[in-house]
Ligand binder design. Structure first.
Ligand code: UDP
Ligand code: MG
Length: 242
């Protein structure tokens, strides 16, 4: 019997909901960027109950390349659920997240990994963000408000390009909407955060899954819960030797 393949160093976890047209260039760009890093990797592509052929496209790629792993959700469960499902299957010591729609540029990956050398969590900042002015202004206000209410150090939570050491994420409760709070929750437990300015591109295919309204109200609702969670998180250090 042959030994199972060793765990990869890096797991790239990508949630995808109706992003079929973006997947070919995404796989190509991710492979090129990961090759530059010289590390072993897997790409965990989560189909979040898509209806446009996303699942089929991922399955084809996974059949062709053992480093691509398909996770398929039965029905659309949302970005946080898709991330949670991807994390639950990921085997790497480093977990990288980015969007499937090519708005994040995989070529930034080496810089994200370099920033993680001295940190537990890296969070991207979309420099020269390529979205409508309404979205840019509303997320600036939301980021500022969230930072004040929570004491959250993250400049641009809507930038999905992030990286985590596995230990930083372990035990974080994965609730609906947690993708807007993950780095902060890690920091509240003592993780070291570094932010890096990354490129951002306009959406070329498909449509955004969010409007200003659904993000605002859900975000506010979640903010109340996360504020409570922050105040009640258990904090402890086990004595060395025990
Ligand atoms: N996404 C998902 N499930 C959802 C909504 C979004 O997996 O229910 C994915 C989506 O396919 C994309 C990422 O989450 O890869 C971010 O979504 P989107 O690009 O629509 O957000 P925006 O960039 O407009 O803020
Ligand atoms: Mg997007």
């Amino acid at each position: 019997m042959s030994a199972p393949p060793p765990d990869p160093e890096i797991s790239v976890v990508v949630p995808a909901y109706n992003e079929a047209e973006s997947l070919d260039p995404l796989f190509a760009e991710l492979r090129a960027a990961l090759a530059v890093t010289g590390r072993t990797y897997e790409i965990v592509l989560v189909d979040d109950g898509s209806t446009d052929g996303t699942a089929q496209r991922i399955a084809t790629e996974a059949a062709r390349d053992p480093r691509v792993r398909a996770v398929r959700l039965e029905v659309n469960a949302g970005q946080s659920a898709a991330l949670a499902a991807g994390f639950s299957r990921a085997r790497g010591a480093i977990l990288v997240t980015l969007d499937a729609d090519l708005q994040n540029d995989p070529a930034d990956l080496p810089r994200v990994l370099a920033a993680l050398e001295g940190a537990d969590v890296v969070s991207g900042i979309r420099a020269e963000r390529r979205d409508s002015w309404l979205r840019i202004v509303s997320s600036r206000i939301a980021n500022g408000f969230r930072r004040r209410v929570l004491g959250d150090p993250v400049t641009d939570i809507g930038c999905s390009f992030k990286a985590y050491r596995r230990a930083a994420l372990e035990g974080i409760p994965m609730f609906v909407g947690v993708h807007r709070f993950l780095p902060a929750l890690c920091v509240f437990r003592g993780a070291r955060l570094v932010e890096v300015r990354l490129s951002h591109r306009p959406r070329r295919h498909g449509v955004s899954k969010y409007g200003v309204g659904n993000r605002l109200w859900r975000g506010l609702h979640d903010l109340v819960g996360v504020r409570w969670l922050k105040s009640r998180l258990v904090r402890y250090r086990i004595r060395p030797g025990d």
